[in-house]
Write a protein of this length. Structure first.
Ligand SMILES: [Zn+2]
Length: 509
C-alpha cells in the first residue's frame, strides 16, 4: 500500500492499466493519481495519508484504462462527406473531397464539421488529433472558428494548415496530356497555390509566434513533396527546426504518386525520398502519411534519418491505393503512427478500425515473421503517433509525468468476455463500444458515455442545418466529375499500365 501523492486531485482505483512496459495481454490492476492535468503516480494500491482530504475518486474496478489514441492523420475539411463514396481511385477522389472544388463554406459549416469530427474521434478514445486542414481560399475567420471549436470540445489538437505552391494539374501523371485544355481549370489536387498570399509567413506570424494555449500544438503541412518546390520545402524544414514542431506530408499514397516521382525526378532515381534527403529535409520532425509505395531503399533512408510514417489503412483500401509495406517498416525500425484520414475516404474516425486493418494487412501483406501485429497496432495508435507529433514525452503513455489523456473502457462489454488477451481483443474485437469515459489534459470530456464539454445533440442539429447547402454543392461536384469521367478513366488506365518498379496492389483474377 502506498500513500496517495499529496497533490492528487483525482484518484482512479482498481483499474487495469496498459503500462508502457507492462503485460498488454493481462494488464495489471492499479490505482492512478492525477494532479490537475498530469499523472503523478501509479501504484498497486493507494491509501490516504494522515489528515489528507479525499480528492475526487473514480472506482474503476472491472475497467481498463488506455493512453488516449493519437489520430495522426486527419483532415477536418470534409467531415460532412462521410459515407458519400464507394470505391474510387485516389486521383479521382480528390475532385470530390478537396476544398478547391467547393464554393467558400460558411462559418456555421466550418464549426459544425470541426465539432462533429472531434466528437467521433473522442468517442473512439482518441484524445489527440492531427488536423492537416485545407482552408481554400484561405480565410482567417475560418481558422479562428476551427481553433475555437477544438478549444470548446476539449480535444488535444496538433494543428497544421495544408499548403503547396505547385498546381495540382502539374502533379498528376497524364492529366495534362489526356484532358482537353478547356477542362484544365477544373482539375485540382490537395492544396492549390494561393495567389498573392504567403500562407506560411502568415502561419508563423499568427500561430507559431502566438502565446501557448492548452491542448493546442502546431505542425506544418506541406501537402506532398511533388506539390511543393524545393524552396517551399526548405522554408518548411527551417521552421520545423526553429520551433521544434513536426511536419506532416503525404507521400506515395497511390501508384500515381510513385509514378509522378519516376517521371519528374530522374536525377534522384525517380525517388521523392532521395530528393528530400538531398535537400536536407529528412529527420525526426518528418512524418510521411501513407507511405504505401515506398521502395525498399527508401525505407532504409527513413530508418537512417529518423523520419517516420503515418499509415491510414482504411482510406488506402477504399481509394484503391494498395497495401503499405507494414512489415518492412516495422522490421527496419521506422516510426509508425496511425491515422483515419479524410471522412470521405476512410468514413470512420475510429482507431479500433484502423488498428484492426493495420494488424490484418501486416499479416497478409508480407508472410515473413515480424513483430506481433496487434501489439504493434496499439503502439502505433499511442506511442508512435505521440512521438511523430514531437509529444512523445507528454502523451501516448500512462506514466507519472505524462499528461492525463486517457480513455476508460468497460470490461463487461462482450468484446472482453472472456479476457484472454486485452491487446488482441482491443485490436480485433472492440470497436469503440466499450469506451465509457474519456479524459484530455486532466478534464473529463466524456463521462459515463455523455459529453461533458459540449451539447452533442445541439451540434448534430447544427450539422443538419448546414447539410442542405453541402448536399447541393456535393451534387454539383458529382455531376462535374461525371462529365470528366472518360478522361479520368483514361489517365487512370495509363497509370495502371505503367511499371514503377514495385507493386503494392494485389493482382487477382
Ligand atoms: Zn491525407
Amino acid at each position: 500500500m502506498s500513500l496517495l501523492p499529496e497533490n492528487t486531485t483525482l484518484w482512479i482505483s482498481g483499474v487495469r492499466v496498459l503500462l508502457p512496459d507492462g503485460d498488454w495481454h493481462q494488464p495489471e490492476i492499479a490505482d492512478i493519481a492525477i494532479a490537475d492535468d498530469m499523472i503523478v503516480g501509479i501504484a498497486p494500491r493507494y491509501e490516504l495519508g494522515p489528515g489528507q482530504a479525499p480528492p475526487e475518486t473514480l472506482d474503476a474496478r472491472g475497467h481498463l484504462v488506455l493512453p488516449g489514441f493519437v489520430n495522426a492523420h486527419y483532415h477536418s475539411h470534409d467531415v460532412l462527406a462521410k459515407g458519400t463514396l464507394e470505391e474510387v481511385p485516389l486521383e479521382q477522389w480528390r475532385l470530390f473531397a478537396l476544398p478547391a472544388q467547393y464554393p467558400p463554406r460558411s462559418l456555421a459549416e466550418v464549426r459544425a464539421r470541426t465539432l462533429l469530427g472531434a466528437i467521433e474521434c473522442l468517442r473512439s478514445g482518441m484524445t489527440t488529433v492531427q488536423d492537416m486542414l485545407t482552408l481554400y481560399p484561405f480565410d482567417p475567420a475560418h481558422l479562428a472558428t476551427v481553433l475555437q471549436a477544438y478549444k470548446d470540445i476539449g480535444i488535444r489538437v496538433v494543428f497544421s494548415l495544408q499548403y503547396g505552391d505547385r498546381k495540382g494539374l502539374d502533379t498528376v501523371p497524364f492529366w495534362k496530356e489526356v484532358f482537353p485544355p478547356e477542362f484544365h481549370h477544373l482539375l485540382s489536387s490537395a492544396a492549390e497555390p494561393e495567389k498573392n498570399f504567403d500562407l506560411l509567413a502568415y502561419f508563423e506570424a499568427t500561430c507559431l509566434k502566438a502565446a501557448p494555449q492548452p491542448r493546442l500544438h502546431w505542425a506544418l503541412g506541406p501537402s506532398a513533396p511533388e506539390r511543393c518546390t524545393p524552396e517551399l520545402m526548405a522554408r518548411t524544414v527551417a521552421l520545423a527546426r526553429r520551433y521544434d514542431i513536426p511536419v506532416y506530408s503525404h507521400i506515395y499514397e497511390s501508384k500515381g504518386m510513385a509514378l509522378q516521382a519516376r517521371l519528374e525526378l530522374q536525377q534522384y532515381g525517380g525517388s521523392l525520398i532521395r530528393r528530400l534527403e538531398a535537400e536536407d529535409c529528412l529527420g525526426p520532425h518528418m512524418n510521411f502519411a501513407h507511405s504505401v509505395w515506398l521502395a525498399p531503399d527508401e525505407i532504409e533512408i527513413l530508418a537512417k534519418t529518423g523520419a517516420g510514417t503515418v499509415l491510414n489503412p482504411q482510406g488506402n483500401l477504399k481509394m484503391q491505393c494498395g497495401l503499405p509495406p507494414i512489415k518492412s517498416l516495422m522490421n527496419a525500425g521506422v516510426r509508425i503512427g496511425l491515422g483515419c484520414d479524410n471522412c470521405s475516404c476512410s468514413d470512420a474516425q475510429n482507431m479500433y478500425a484502423a488498428m484492426k486493418l493495420f494488424s490484418l494487412l501486416a499479416t497478409v501483406g508480407d508472410l515473413r515473421k515480424g513483430p506481433p501485429p496487434a501489439l504493434e497496432a496499439l503502439k502505433a495508435a499511442t506511442e508512435g503517433g505521440a512521438q511523430g507529433a514531437r509529444l512523445g514525452h507528454l502523451i501516448g503513455k500512462l506514466a507519472p509525468g505524462y499528461k492525463a489523456d486517457l480513455s476508460i473502457l468497460d470490461l463487461s462489454d462482450p468484446s472482453f468476455v472472456p479476457l484472454n488477451s486485452v491487446a488482441r481483443q482491443l485490436v480485433h474485437i472492440e470497436g469503440g463500444r466499450a469506451v465509457r469515459h474519456v479524459m484530455v489534459d486532466g478534464n473529463w470530456v466524456i463521462k459515463d458515455r455523455r459529453f461533458v464539454t459540449i451539447d452533442e445533440a445541439a451540434i448534430f442539429a447544427e450539422v443538419e442545418a448546414v447539410m442542405p447547402t453541402f448536399r447541393k454543392d456535393f451534387a454539383d461536384i458529382t455531376a462535374r466529375v461525371a462529365r470528366l469521367q472518360p478522361w479520368l478513366d483514361e489517365a487512370q488506365q495509363k497509370i495502371a499500365d505503367t511499371d514503377v518498379g514495385i507493386e503494392r496492389l494485389p493482382r487477382l483474377s
